[in-house]
Design a protein around this ligand. Structure first.
Ligand code: TXA
Ligand code: MG
Length: 323
């Protein structure tokens, strides 16, 4: 069984040693809990794919303690430098060209010439990254396609018997994954809506951003498959009320909710509560989840993105060669 350890300096040192020894360590960030491994080790990163049941064509985000460390891994364009200076540490992952000498396992990039890099806005996470002294690949610590974890308990329920250490830093403050932006091409493109809003990125770059269509046959971001973040029960969006058996997941003033994401209608609070609520309601006696409308701008874009994928019917299983 995994050891669930409070985020103390001694435990951070212990977790850093485990990472350096090639083990998997789950750790908190401001967005969601990550399932970390030494990104320079083929064996350690392969263990992430195995534990998650993640298709090997879906690349991982590499976590670094600061912008300086990110520069050693990828080639940051002047625009990317600007985003790094403005939004890091924070909920932004930038896809950029791998440096020849970056040392990252090819598995991290799923064979692509690029890598996604992020500096998390979480002191404990950055302490761990510094102590580890190697770049850390970390997808969200959930089985591939399932609801993302925003607490150590969520991670333990999914991976308790597969990983060495879960660092417990309490609930994640932001609660939604980072925004993924492709800075490797001539025109930047938003690959995944997340904690940093499209509006903020457009203001920083002083341009309109292309938003990659996730349902493309060959998605620019391989992780943006249609069904994802999915509870095992059916989920329905833009509901006004629950059908028999359904849990009503509210937003704003509402009666008879099984859970309300934010009674006052605050999207920040709703983002922080979203995955917690989905974990909570994906249980008996409920047979489905009906979600009330959430505004579509700002952080609401990412919330609606996650809900749309959670509502999607899972695609038929992938051929074995791809998993
Ligand atoms: O907030 C987060 O980003 C969390 C925490 C732990 O940092 N991590 C996370 O990782 O959400 P994951 O693996 O669940 O999602 C990573 C996303 C996927 O959609 C993946 O396809 C995309 O980033 N991605 C990673 N590397 C890429 C690359 N080189 N090119 C395009 N997309 C990439
Ligand atoms: Mg994920």
């Amino acid at each position: 069984m995994a050891q669930i350890l409070p985020l103390t300096p001694a435990n951070i040192r212990r977790a850093a040693l485990a990472l350096r020894a090639g083990e998997l360590v789950a750790f908190p960030t401001e967005t969601v809990y990550g399932l970390g491994a030494d990104a320079t080790s083929d064996q350690a990163t392969a263990a992430i794919f195995a534990a998650k049941g993640r298709p090997s064509f879906n690349p991982l985000i590499t976590h670094l303690p600061d912008l300086e460390a990110a520069r050693r891994i990828v080639e940051l364009s002047p625009q990317a430098e600007r985003l790094g200076a403005q939004f890091w540490p924070g909920a932004l992952s930038m896809v950029a060209k791998r440096r020849e000498d970056c040392g990252l396992s090819r598995l991290v990039s799923a064979g692509l010439p690029t890598a996604a890099v992020r500096v998390p806005a979480h002191d404990g996470a950055r302490d761990l990254l510094r102590a580890a002294g190697v770049p850390i690949a970390a997808p969200s610590a959930n089985p591939s396609g399932a609801i993302s974890p925003t607490s150590a308990a969520h991670v333990a329920a999914a991976f308790g018997d597969q990983i060495a250490i879960i660092l417990d830093g309490g609930p994640c403050t932001l609660g939604l994954e980072s925004t993924v932006i492709d800075m490797s091409t001539e025109t930047p493109a938003l690959l995944r809506a997340g904690g940093v809003t499209l509006e903020a990125l457009e203001a920083a770059l002083d341009m309109r951003l292309e938003v990659a269509q996730s349902d493309d046959v060959a998605p620019r971001s391989p992780g943006q498959m249609h069904s994802h973040y999915a509870p095992s029960r059916p989920l329905r969006m833009n509901a006004r009320s629950a059908n028999p058996g359904e849990a009503l997941l509210g937003f704003g003033p509402a009666e008879d909710c099984a859970f309300n994401l934010s009674p006052s209608g605050d999207v920040r609070a709703a983002a922080a509560n979203l995955f917690h609520a989905l974990h909570l309601l994906d249980k008996p006696p409920w047979t489905g989840i009906a979600v009330m409308p959430v505004p579509k701008e700002g952080l609401g874009r990412a919330i609606n993105d996650r809900l749309r994928r959670a509502a999607a019917i899972p695609a038929s299983p992938l051929p074995r060669s791809q998993t």
